[in-house]
Design a binder for this molecule. Structure first.
Ligand code: PMT
Length: 404
């Protein structure tokens, strides 16, 4: 699997996901999951057990997918329909999966359309269990989970918390956003072109303390780096995301390391890149830090009109790190983009640098989109159109993958 084209930017575009829904009170969350998978670009087809259809009507899923929902193994229109659904799948996701469903999948019994699809498909299978904690912890369920794991079945959740029975414990269906992330990660691990690779990404600003409540920082939101981490995960890479203090949630299956200052970012990246294949440095580390951060909050003194803070140079992280094999930097500029980017490309020993005119509309800090120019070590220059940061991420990863 390589990058989607700019016109085809959604993470699950071109993928056919079959969603199996079984009879749990959590079945209502499957409607949200179904909608999310559609929004991510997937074609979604739903199969349900008769018990699931008592919790949520097939019509709900039919409306969300625009496709007929199969509940009755014998009521399908097309010949051999019960196995045709299984054959169409690029991924089979069972959410929620009851204890009964796990038992059927493990034993190969096919009393309903979900179990039957599980047996008939050759697509990768992701299971999101949901049940009471006593059922989840029962040796029979443990054994079924073990059998399925040994067969290569992927699991997401269950989470811990309040259950429908009123008890507290493991058994809550994973959140739909998490399950959608797990589908993307699973497809990457099965067909992604970065399978077996370790990609390290940095994101966000650093915050260099002036005193315990103030800092020197910048406007980086982390979006560009997080998009690269997600895209690399979607292509099967193991991803370490070294991030400054930013709001976005950690993408599913991405290892996040917090790095609030340049010193901490350097330390985290030294560790992470020791075993990595590629480093993509989208963070905006602060170049100068207050040399004498105050131990207590600085106070305005009577009559004081100015405050002088002495700044000292931070280490250049990219220039300091020896590896890894493929090194990519960004250049955030407000003028002379090409000259500045090319100078950084050489000084930081990069394969290529992604030039970012942060004054251009729709580009740079905090935006959903970015328009970048790539400058290569050999002297070639490539201008890319304005695209979503996720699409820019894939464009960068195409060029990284070609160098690995
Ligand atoms: O986070 P967003 O809101 O999505 O915004 C994205 C972005 C604009 C921050 C991003 O696309 C970007 O351009 N990141 C690089 C910002 C930057 O610090 O540029 P620079 O030209 O100052 O640094 C050049 C390169 O050296 C960068 O890869 C930077 O990570 C790295 N660097 C900088 C300083 C330092 N002390 N050590 C470094 O390694």
């Amino acid at each position: 699997m390589s990058a989607p084209s700019p016109a085809d930017l959604l993470p699950l575009a071109g993928r056919h996901v079959v969603l199996g829904v079984t009879g749990s009170i959590a079945a209502y969350k499957a409607a949200d999951l179904c909608s999310r998978l559609r929004q991510l670009g997937a074609a979604v087809e739903v199969v349900m057990t008769p018990a699931a259809a008592r919790f949520v009507t097939p019509l709900t899923f039919q409306a969300l997918t625009g496709r007929a929902v199969v509940v009755d193994v014998f009521a399908a229109d097309e010949a051999e329909a019960h196995v045709e659904v299984a054959r169409r799948a690029d991924a089979f996701v069972v959410a929620p999966a009851t204890a009964d469903c796990l038992a059927n999948l493990a034993s190969g019994q096919t009393p309903d359309m979900v179990a039957l699809t599980g047996l008939a498909t050759r697509a990768p299978l992701l299971v999101a269990p949901a049940m009471d904690n006593q059922m989840w912890e029962h040796p029979a369920t443990r054994a079924n989970v073990e059998t399925l794991r040994e067969r290569g079945v992927h699991f997401v959740g269950p989470g811990e918390g309040r259950l429908a029975s009123g008890r507290v414990g493991p058994g809550r269906l994973a959140e739909p956003a998490e399950i959608a992330g797990a589908v993307r990660a699973m497809l990457g691990q099965v067909i992604g072109d970065l399978r077996g690779r370790h990609v390290v990404v940095s994101a966000g600003p650093t915050q260099e303390p002036i005193d315990p409540v103030r800092f020197v920082g910048n406007h980086s939101s982390g979006r560009m780096g997080f998009a690269i981490a997600e895209a690399a995960r979607d292509r099967g890479a193991r991803v370490t995301l070294v991030a400054g203090p930013v709001a976005p949630e950690t993408p599913y299956a991405v290892e996040r390391v917090a790095a609030p200052t340049v010193a901490e970012m350097l330390c985290a990246l030294e560790k992470a890149t020791a075993s990595a294949d590629a480093l993509i440095m989208a963070a905006a580390p602060v170049d100068f830090r207050p040399l004498d951060p105050a131990a207590q909050k600085l106070k305005k003194l009577p009559g004081q009109e100015t405050l002088t803070i002495r700044l000292g140079k931070n280490p250049d992280i990219l220039a300091t790190l020896p590896g890894p094999r493929v090194r990519v930097g960004f250049a955030a500029e407000t003028e002379n983009l090409a000259a500045n980017a090319v100078a950084k490309l050489a000084a930081k020993r990069l394969d290529f640098i992604v030039g970012n005119d942060v004054t251009a509309p729709g580009s740079g800090f905090g935006t959903e989109t970015n328009e970048v120019t790539i400058f290569y070590a050999g002297g070639t220059v490539e201008q890319l159109p304005l695209m979503s940061k996720y699409a820019v991420a894939h464009a960068i990863l195409d060029r990284v993958a070609a160098r690995l």
